[in-house]
Design a protein around this ligand. Structure first.
Ligand code: FES
Ligand code: FES
Length: 156
């Protein structure tokens, strides 16, 4: 049995230590907002926060999480959302960022992690922080604009 803290709740899951966190989140906990894209840390669709850092849950093993606090997209935009989570959600809506949507929970997780460390990211900061989040619909310009918009909301 592995104990995890996911979106502020203590969870116990009966999985092997080398089970990717992505499958625990989706299959055992039932939070399906976190997506599977490549399984190889190449696309960012599976991004979650681990103690505030954006990590690829497809390459994070359940047994390696320990006491770290995991936040998924459901936690980022839910009732207990952080200020960065609220700002990102509002900006994404205002700028109508989403196209098919598949990559977007990962995009939002990476954006919120960036804003929690850098309140006023430049285009270069954004491009560096978001380079691991691939979008087949090429929403990159809107993602970048929405991060600037979220930064302004956080300033207000
Ligand atoms: S599914 Fe994890 S990075 Fe692509
Ligand atoms: S919105 Fe379709 S893959 Fe990014």
């Amino acid at each position: 049995m592995i104990k995890l803290n996911i979106n502020g709740e203590a969870r116990s899951v009966d999985v092997d230590a080398d089970t990717p966190l992505l499958w625990v989140i989706r299959d055992d906990i039932g939070l399906t907002g976190t997506k599977f894209g490549c399984g190889q840390a190449l696309c960012g669709a599976c991004t979650v926060h681990m103690d505030g850092q954006a990590v690829r849950s497809c390459q994070t093993m359940a047994g390696d999480v320990g006491d770290a606090k995991i936040v998924t997209i459901e936690g980022l935009v839910g009732a207990d959302a952080s200020k960065e989570g609220k700002a990102v959600q509002a900006a994404w809506r205002a700028l109508d960022v989403v196209q098919c949507g598949y990559c977007q929970s990962g995009q939002m997780m990476s954006a919120a992690a960036l804003l929690s460390e850098n309140k006023k990211p430049t285009d270069d900061d954004i491009d560096a922080a978001m380079s691991g989040n691939v979008c087949r619909c090429a929403t990159y310009h809107r993602v970048r604009a929405a991060i600037h918009d979220a930064a302004k909301r956080l300033e207000a």
